[in-house]
Design a protein around this ligand. Structure first.
Ligand code: NCD
Length: 323
């Protein structure tokens, strides 16, 4: 039996969670779930994926910003579905160091004929424009402070897996929401799937984007945790702050927003603690909290491979067969 994945993104690129309908989100989850079940049983799932010339297909992962989880999980996902992957991430030994622009670099990578690209970069209108014109399908692996759609998919998948549904979950996003692409992509996707989203942050980290206008802000972390079924921590995105800082010291932030044991007591017993990583211990979350059974951060990381494998099969038009 073949699971058919409906995926009509209004565009060949996957740049934002706002491109996905609930049915498409469900189909990605169906494939990811199947891959995960098969991997758990047999340690592989490439035998479920078929397509013309599959072993000749190549993913290029172009990373112009640092990454551990996203970059490696795209590569692993490619190998797991039976395609090849190569990474471009060392700008110091590339022609970028000779003065080539990132937009031209992207055009040149695409000219070599990869079958699919995934790209991570900082804010750049020039690069946005170059990507929009590429023939090859592109997956956004994190663009500035705007979007990180595959992360939101794996976050939602982890919530679904652990809480049984997304509908009516109350998800509180804690921390530097203003500079978080993860928060933006999650807001759209989670609301689309019927979850309620709120955030807990000092006014300095309140998002300005219109999408957040009617989203509830909690000032008090304990109150936010009492409200939530899912708490999603965020890293302070120092690299996106201006040189003047944000008008709040790390010590002040930590004092009021760090999730420690006494704060986590306010989250329900079967609630979830998530974080896209990297977690900076002691600033956003204490080490003790990371040992709490409600912490599913490493499940998110494992699920990232299955979600990205599902995405790659969809982008490449590969068939997935349930055996
Ligand atoms: C996030 C990112 O790069 O946007 N990490 C990730 O992809 N897992 C979050 C972060 O860097 O804080």
């Amino acid at each position: 039996m073949s699971i058919v994945l409906a995926m009509n993104l209004n565009s060949k690129h996957f740049l934002s969670t706002s491109q996905l309908s609930p049915d498409e989100i469900e189909s990605i989850f169906d494939r990811a779930r199947l891959f995960k079940e098969e991997f758990t049983k047999r340690g592989r799932f490439n035998h479920l994926v078929t397509g013309d010339g599959i072993d000749q297909k190549v993913l290029v992962a172009a990373f112009f910003e640092p990454s551990t989880r996203t970059r490696l999980s795209f590569q692993l996902a490619a190998y797991r579905i039976g395609i090849k992957a190569t990474t471009f991430d060392n700008l110091a030994i590339s022609s970028v160091s000779k003065g080539e622009s990132l937009a031209d670099t992207m055009r040149n990578i695409a000219a070599m004929g990869p079958d699919v690209l995934c790209v991570r970069y900082g804010a750049s209108d020039e690069l946005d424009e170059a990507i929009s014109e590429l023939e090859c399908p592109v997956i956004n692996a994190g663009s500035g402070a705007r979007e990180h759609p595959s992360q939101a998919l794996l976050d939602a998948f982890t919530i679904l897996e652990n809480r049984g549904s997304l509908d009516q979950q109350r998800v509180v996003i804690v921390g530097d929401v203003l500079h978080s692409r993860v928060a933006n992509s999650n807001l759209t996707l989670l609301m689309q799937m019927g979850a309620e989203v709120a955030y807990c942050a000092p006014p300095e980290f309140a998002p300005k984007d219109g999408r957040w206008k009617s989203v509830q802000r909690f000032d008090d972390l304990e109150e936010a945790l009492r409200w939530a079924t899912v708490c999603m921590g965020l890293r302070i995105q120092k690299e996106r702050h201006t040189s003047k800082g944000i008008g709040l010291s790390m010590a002040e932030y930590r004092e009021r927003y760090r999730i420690g044991t006494s704060q986590l007591e306010h989250l329900q017993k079967d609630g979830l603690l998530l974080h896209p990583g990297p977690v900076i211990r002691g600033i956003e979350i204490s080490s003790a909290v990371l040992r709490d059974p409600r912490n599913k951060i490493l499940d998110q990381v494992s699920n990232g491979v299955f979600i990205r494998a599902a995405l790659l099969t969809a982008m490449l038009g590969l068939e997935v067969n349930k055996q």
